[in-house]
Design a protein around this ligand. Structure first.
Ligand SMILES: NC(=O)N[C@@H](CC(=O)O)C(=O)O
Ligand SMILES: [Zn+2]
Ligand SMILES: [Zn+2]
Length: 431
């Protein structure tokens, strides 16, 4: 099937493209980019006037719960949510049941993703067997089956020696180790940021130090082993400064942030105890939130990720202490960034494309996607003027635990193309 996108404002910082063009897709490729293109016979013409066309968005940190917790999300429902949110690729974390720590587990996810036929599923393999932090997982086998990175997300690897072994091993392959930084000897029982919030609401605190100490440790292990390191869901200003210093030294260190850490902070947790605001790491200080926003602006944060963490109603509709950690994010990430950072002029479209498409592909060692002839037709078309209200009905995800329920946002993906196939058409997911 061929598609001619007419009059889209294309933005691709990789090639300095920032203008209104026509783009012709045929088969799995972009076959022409230019002005006044004629539709070949049989091509579907899509009026893209007023819309932005960008390389397909990539969310390099999601939890699809498949296998093992399919009541929260499956690869199929997660793919629908990703597509609805404007993504062509998602990287799935290995804290499934069983943990994705073998080549077979990686192959299973890729196969399920192909069967769903919407977005590319890029499995992240576990660093250690069962994410127990005791013995190496089958990393080489997982690389062969298509794992794009390695992480024990959900836990920090507690032993520094074990993390050193993991990073030494991963460094033999062209892959990054993704670190969920949490020293459990400091965070045990913690359910909210330690400090004012934990005192005010009377709950065990999860101190910033529990995260920062492990960021420091893993940066030093990066120096020792040479293994590229990516810090997951960074949440504090001090942690970000450690990453900045590592980058300034030329170490292969990158990091990511979530929309909830950019746009919410511990003051948003009030006496209603909305458990959708309980996540790991916890919402931090307002000053941390503002520092992270600066990190997106100045380039010290590489990627925007959702940490899409679906949980069933009964796992959230309970006391704060026993509620599960996490918020879904795939379907609100782009609208939040457009509303709170692009519309306000804090960042431009180029920077948005870097943190949501270009940099995640680089960190995951995926091939570049560019808006030029011969590139893969993995593209996202965005309507910046469409308003959405975040209600439970809005979500394709099987779970509804969003920290942003009730918000009205401006700007959303209207169309997505994956391998030249239109997976989202005018805001509606295919199939
Ligand atoms: N972020 C969360 O609050 N929860 C994640 C685990 C994780 O990302 O560490 C989950 O798997 O539910
Ligand atoms: Zn994590
Ligand atoms: Zn996670």
């Amino acid at each position: 099937m061929a598609f001619l996108l007419k009059g889209a404002h294309a933005v691709d910082p990789q090639i300095g493209l920032d203008e209104v063009v026509d783009v012709l897709l045929d088969g799995k490729e972009i076959v022409e980019v230019g002005h006044g293109l004629e539709a070949p016979e049989g091509a579907e013409v899509i009026d893209a006037a007023g819309k932005y066309l960008v390389p397909g968005l990539v969310d390099m940190h999601v939890h699809f719960r498949d296998p093992g917790f399919e009541y929260k999300e499956t690869i199929e429902t997660g793919s629908r949510a990703a597509t609805h949110g404007g993504f062509t690729d998602v990287a799935t974390m290995p804290n499934t049941d069983p943990v994705t720590d073998t080549g077979t587990g990686v192959r299973y996810q890729i196969d399920r993703g192909r069967a769903a036929g919407l977005c590319h599923i890029r499995p992240i393999g576990a660093l250690t067997r069962g994410e127990k932090g005791e013995a190496l997982a089958e990393i080489g086998d997982m690389v062969l089956e298509g794992a794009c990175a390695f992480s024990d997300d959900g836990h920090g690897v507690q032993g520094a020696g074990m993390m050193r072994t993991c990073m030494g091993y991963v460094s033999q392959f062209d892959r990054v180790a993704i670190a969920h930084c949490e020293d459990e000897s400091l965070t045990a029982h913690g359910v909210i940021n330690e400090g004012k919030a934990s005192t005010r609401l009377g709950m065990f605190g999860w101190p910033a130090l529990g995260e920062e100490l492990e960021i420091y440790r893993d940066i030093e292990l990066c120096r020792l082993t040479g293994c590229p390191l990516h810090i997951a869901h960074i949440s504090t200003e001090k942690g970000l400064n450690l990453v900045r210093a590592a980058k300034a030294e030329g170490l292969p260190v990158t990091c990511e942030v979530t929309p909830h850490h950019l746009f919410l902070n511990e003051d948003d947790i009030d006496s209603t105890y909305n458990t959708n605001l309980k996540m790991n790491p916890p919402l931090r200080l307002k000053s941390d939130m503002l520092a992270l926003r600066k990190g997106i602006v100045d380039g010290s944060i590489d990627c925007l990720v959702t940490d899409h963490a679906p949980h069933a109603q009964h796992e959230k509709d309970c006391e704060w202490e026993i509620a599960f950690f996490g918020t879904i994010g795939l379907e609100t990430s782009l609208p939040l960034m457009l509303t709170n950072m692009v519309r306000t002029g804090e960042i431009g479209w180029n920077r948005l494309v870097e943190v949501m498409a270009v940099n995640p592909r680089r960190v995951l060692r995926l091939a570049d996607v560019k808006i030029e002839k011969g590139s893969k037709a993995d593209l996202t078309l965005i309507d910046p003027e469409k308003e959405i209200t975040v209600t439970e009905d809005y979500f394709e995800s099987k779970s509804k635990n969003s920290a942003f329920l009730g918000e009205t946002l401006m700007g959303v993906a209207s169309d997505v193309f994956v391998d030249g196939k239109r997976t989202l058409a005018n805001g509606v997911v295919a199939q």
